[in-house]
Each structure stands twice: as structure tokens, then as C-alpha cells.
Design a protein around this ligand. Sequence first.
Ligand code: PEP
Length: 266
Amino acid sequence: MRKILIVGNWKMHLNTSQASLLVHRLQERVPIHRDIEVVLAPTMLTLQPLSLQIDRRKFRLAAQNAYWRDEGPFTGEVSFTMLRDLVHYVIVGHSERRHIFEESLETVRDKTAAAIRNEITPILCVGETKVERDEGETKQVLHDQLMSALSNLTSAEVADIVIAYEPVWAISDGTNFKEHIMAKPDQVADAVRYIRSYVTDVFGERAGKDVRILYGGSTVPEIVSGFLDVPGVDGFLVGGASLNYHLFSEIIAAANRWQRQGNEED
Ligand code: PEP
């Protein structure tokens, strides 16, 4: 059965004790699911203590960012090398980093390669802005982001990564996700089909089939089953709702119900 992947991006929220409390609450509510992988992406500060606290049968950890050089005179940065035994995943190219911190296509490419070099799975975020969608440039944007980020990788490496389709206009600020505009399933279907076909054309059938693709943008429990019905969607990158233990555990429970209703592939 194809596993569902659900990643909670806590963005720049929660100090050490708040993060520990959220994990405590989640561990009470989320059962062990064989076919759902749940990943928590807290701030860099709390990764180490949470690595000692999490029940590894329920959760894995991701970093929200890292620097692509392994070590050196880069004040304020943390490298993928330093994270390699701490996290399974690192989010790379999140739109907040591309837009607020001006990360270029080349930087995202170097970070993707650095993750793989350090045996960490990148969660590569791609997606168009509202203006780009309105101008009909969505596929061109996805093409350019994918071509650049994946350019130094082999087919086997691409088969193992995670790509998150996050239309920038659908991403909340972490608090307004309930009333924020969301992508429609047919828009997600188009984008995910395009991403898979790009990977298949460039890296072959196996990579196109195996690469995991998530949807991200104001995810709430109510949309889980409708978006899992979209062909090629393997799960969610959740921002705002992942900071609320009730909503995040409901998202996981909704995915579990969807699987048990016999909707899973394979
Ligand atoms: C995100 O931070 O990647 C995200 C999708 O946030 P939200 O779910 O709040 O839109």
C-alpha cells in the first residue's frame, strides 16, 4: 500500500516548552499508523530536545531549512551535515524562504544536493504566485523550479525525494488558514500531473511513479479526503493547522479513514 506522508511545518512558532507541550499532546492523540508517516518540522532550536521526546513509532523530524555548505565561516547557519543524525527530512525552497529571504533557484538546487549528500530526504517546495497563475505561467514556473533543483541528481535520487506543490497564493500566514483561499482539487490535479510528467520525462518511469508529491496550502481536516482523491497526491505539507494538536491529529485521522475506506492505491 502506498504510504501517506503528512508533514507539519511549525514555521517560526513555539519556544522549547511550547514545542514540547504540543508534542506531548500529539503523542496522546495520534496512534501508531503503519501506512501514514507523520513528520514534524519545528524550529531549529527545538529539534534536539524533541528528538529525545518523540515516540519514533509515531513521528519523524524535519528541519525547516539548512545551509548547503558542510562547515566553515558562515556565521548563523546550520548545515545539513550537522543535521544528518537528527532529522529524516529537510524542507527546501519553501516559498517563504524563496520570497522573504530571496533564495535563488541556484541556492535551492545546492540545498537539495546537500540534503542528498548528507542522506537527508529533501522536501522540495515548488509553486507559483498569484500573478504567475493569472498570467498563465504556472507550468513554466514549476518547470523552472524543478529543472534547476533536480539538475544535479540521478534518477534513483529523484525517486526518493518529496516534492511539495504549494501554490504561494494558497499558503496562510500560519494563523488565517481557516478562512484563507485554497487551491481547488482540479488545480492541484493539473499541477501534480505536470510535476509527475516532468519527473518521468527527465528521470524515467520509476522516478515518476515513486517520487512522493504533497499538497500544501491552508490544509484543514475537511479537505483531506477530497485531496487524497486527486491522482498522484501522496499527502500534505501542513502549516498553520499543524500548530493546533486537535486539527493536526484530525488531519491524520481523516487520512487514516480515507485509507480504511479502501481508497489506497496498490
Ligand atoms: C506551509 O507552511 O508550507 C503551509 C502550507 O502553510 P499553511 O498550511 O498554513 O498554508
